[in-house]
Design a protein around this ligand. Structure first.
Ligand code: TGC
Ligand code: FAD
Length: 395
């Protein structure tokens, strides 16, 4: 239907009026998380990044009170919101910092989801309410020093000893590893790949933090070591015995990253837009130059496209139409997009673009982890390529 009324003014930070596509509840959740990030994350995160720390002890209960830990799960103290609303929360958290979104992803989409989807009723009762409240932290151990993209090559194994299990091996690059109250650990057994819940302090289970990272510094990353750890029969997740177990959890976390990457890109674009309006060179704002306008227009287009893609995948997930190949396309596209935006934005900021006084280089460095974890860009390209051609090219 045509109308003579003029469309609303352009809003530079919501160029395509994507806000209009959200429901009232989605907007409320988005605004609440955005306010939390502005208040609790943005003022401190540059310092956390510089120090290589994240105050999980304070942050996790605050995120629990905010309601974002396992927010897309139902029951056991979880909010049970839509996938799209969960995605929007990830977007806002990652506009603060990828490390904070990682904390929420690993807790809700990896550790809690593994228990919620594949655990026993006792596992769910024991862990999920406390994890949703941020009173207990979880981590997810899949990657090993010699098995990253190819988790099927894992060496960590578990064997039966009477009723018990004996777990032996090593996991590497594990977010929240040393602070987790419970580790969800995937291991090869005679029955296939099984998941085990290993509480902190279990005899033979130790952790060591990975230092000298130049990316995702506001996040704890650890190595997990299992030296013939004896676990009761009840430690195993009963409902899955194949790689499908961990890979199903990755789908959930990757979905959050499809949105999260847009948040990082948006923060970089907005920093560049503001800076370009204020920075004077050759007697005028750099925003008045054609070259910077091209960069700003390109970034705005990319952020808007990425947001629309994320929203589309969110609606597909809510309508139960989303396949893991769709998630792969989303992660591939949006993380590459965010890296591109971050690199362009950094240049707009000139020398100020290399300091932690501005968010851009922090996001840019973080995104180097985001493009690698949860399946590298290459792996997601191969998943999409396999779906397009019917030819699996991993091996
Ligand atoms: P393949 O033989 O294809 O499959 C084995 C079994 O898994 C099933 N499957 C899936 N199920 C659910 N979701 C998916 N995305 C699935 N992909 C495969 C498949 O149907 C089969 O099931 P079944 O019942 O027949 O046994 O497996 P493959 O060994 O050829 O590997 C496929 C590949 C390469 C795509 C997969 O291994 C992969 O995704 N590799 C990347 C590894 C990865 O992403 N690691 C992430 C570790 S966690 C992390 O990085 C956390 S970062 C912190 C944060 O998120 O903030
Ligand atoms: P590799 O698999 O060794 O890949 C190296 C290169 O080879 C990549 O460019 C890759 O794309 C390419 N490559 C591999 N196979 C192919 C192929 N078939 N064809 C073409 N190219 C290929 N893991 C967890 O389990 N839990 C966590 O909580 C966790 N948190 C992380 C946090 C951080 C900060 C980081 C950096 C990583 C984390 N990871 C975690 C690990 C992450 O999932 C792996 O790093 C990732 O899956 C890639 O594995 P890799 O590093 O061993 O690289």
């Amino acid at each position: 239907m045509s109308t003579t009324a003029a469309p609303p003014e352009i809003r530079p930070k919501d160029f395509l009026a994507i806000d209009h596509l959200l429901s009232d509840q989605e907007r409320d959740i988005r605004d609440t998380v955005r306010a939390f990030v502005a208040d609790r994350i943005v003022p401190h995160v540059g310092d956390w990044f510089e120090a290589g720390q994240l105050p999980i002890g304070e942050l996790a209960p605050a995120l629990g009170t905010l309601g974002v830990l396992g927010m897309h799960l139902t029951g056991y103290g979880c909010a049970g919101v839509s996938a799209t609303a969960y995605g929007l929360a990830c977007l806002e958290l990652e506009a603060g910092d990828s490390g904070v979104r990682s904390l929420v992803s690993v807790q809700g989409s990896l550790a809690m989801y593994a228990i919620w989807r594949w655990g026993s009723e006792e596992h769910k009762q024991e862990w999920l309410p406390r994890m949703a409240a941020g009173e207990a932290i979880g981590c997810f151990g899949l990657t090993e020093p010699d098995a990253g993209s190819d988790p099927g090559a894992m060496r960590t194994h578990a064997r039966r000893d009477g009723e018990d299990w004996i777990l032996h091996g090593q996991k590497m690059w594990i977010t929240n590893g040393s602070v987790a109250d419970v580790a969800v650990v995937w291991a090869v057994t005679d029955d296939g790949v099984r998941g085990f819940l290993v509480p902190k302090g279990t005899k033979g289970f130790t952790t060591q933090d990975i230092h000298k990272k130049l990316s995702l510094r506001a996040s704890i990353t650890s190595e997990l070591l299992f030296d013939d750890v004896r676990l009761p029969a009840s430690a195993v997740l009963p409902e899955v015995s194949s790689l499908r177990g961990p890979l199903s959890c990755l789908n959930e976390a990757r979905f959050g990253i499809v949105f999260g990457a847009v948040g990082a890109a948006r923060a970089c674009f907005e920093a560049a837009l503001d800076y370009a309006g204020e920075r004077i060179a050759f007697g005028r704002p750099i925003a008045a130059t054609q070259l910077q306008q091209l960069k700003l227009a390109t970034m705005a287009t990319q952020v808007n496209q990425g947001t629309l893609l994320a929203l589309h995948l969110g609606r597909m997930k809510d309508d139960n139409l989303l396949r893991n190949e769709h998630v792969s396309m989303g992660k591939l596209a949006n993380v590459n997009m965010a890296l591109d935006v971050a690199r362009n934005a950094r240049q707009v900021l000139g020398a100020n673009g290399v300091t932690l006084e501005y968010p851009v280089i922090r996001h840019m460095n973080n995104l180097e982890s985001v493009v690698t974890y949860e399946g590298t860009a290459d792996i997601h390209a191969l998943v999409v390529g396999g779906a397009l051609t019917g030819i699996q090219a991993f091996r």
